[in-house]
Write a protein that binds this ligand. Structure first.
Ligand code: 5GP
Ligand code: ZN
Length: 114
């Protein structure tokens, strides 16, 4: 838990979100400003600013987040049509919320990177 972190507040249910999956390690909820028909964020309960702050202790958690993302893609019926996972890091990566997260984007043709 980090004070004044928006996503920690969502985990603590201090701020509402459209939650699609939660367990003891991660939370998944719909992005408030969707860039595709399916746009869900996966976050760990544990506060990590971004990939620069992740270390070997987080290896299992990061792998788990990717597998949850794949399951959510399946649940949304975009596993066959296709989808994209995105992790933004720091300013030039486009990161705006400093609690590590994976974006799942799907449901339309995605084009170029960046
Ligand atoms: P970033 O730009 O850091 O990779 O992604 C942050 C994402 O969080 C953005 O896509 C933004 O739309 C989303 N976001 C920001 N504030 C909120 C919020 O209060 N609720 C939800 N559900 N998503 C948010
Ligand atoms: Zn946080």
């Amino acid at each position: 838990m980090s004070e004044d972190c928006l996503f920690c507040k969502i985990i603590n249910k201090e701020i509402p979100a459209d939650i699609v999956y939660e367990d003891d390690k991660v939370l998944a909820f719909r992005d408030i400003n969707p860039q595709a028909p399916i746009h869900t964020l996966i976050i760990p309960h544990r506060h990590i600013n971004n990939l620069n702050e992740a270390n070997a202790d987080d290896q299992e958690l990061l792998g788990y987040m990717v597998l949850v993302a794949a399951q959510i893609a399946k649940d949304n019926g975009v596993d066959e049509s296709g989808y994209r996972l995105v992790m933004n890091c720091n300013e030039q990566g486009g990161q705006t919320v400093f609690h590590i997260h994976i974006h799942i984007l799907g449901g339309r043709q995605l084009t170029h990177l960046g």
